[in-house]
Design a protein around this ligand. Structure first.
Ligand SMILES: [Zn+2]
Length: 124
């Protein structure tokens, strides 16, 4: 039986809703009424798919003061350190969450790439 995906996944949809919610509140609090641009920082280990988040954002921004807003997503690499080879590494690939890309050891600590932050908001 074919699997049909009708809309954006719930995960990204609820994130897009909270992004717009936070942006709207900040915009109104600063005395402005139109959101021009929202910039996000999304870690590669955050589990958020940028394409799905953009899709969800475009779908729900209508009927809000962010209806004309542009969403910019800056993808942040995963970073980590290895206890065995003492190496530090960064990658956009999820596989480094499980083993060191240099020595293949599983004794790694992931130090970055989980973030999902609003880094810039342009209002008019
Ligand atoms: Zn290593």
């Amino acid at each position: 039986m074919p699997c049909r995906r009708k809309t954006a996944p719930m995960h990204e949809l609820s994130i897009a809703e909270s992004v717009i919610d936070i942006a709207v509140r900040n915009c109104l609090a600063s005395g402005h009424s139109v959101i021009g641009k929202i910039s996000l920082s999304v870690g590669s280990a955050s589990g958020v798919m940028p394409a799905a988040l953009s899709f969800a954002f475009e779908a729900i921004k209508r009927d809000t003061i962010a209806s004309g807003a542009v969403l910019c997503i800056n993808t942040v690499p995963i970073s980590g350190v290895c206890a065995d080879c003492r190496g530090e590494f960064t990658s956009y690939e999820q596989y480094i969450l499980f083993s060191c890309p240099k020595c293949n050891s599983a004794a790694i600590t992931i130090t970055g790439g989980f973030e999902m932050d609003m880094i810039e908001l342009e209002v008019e």
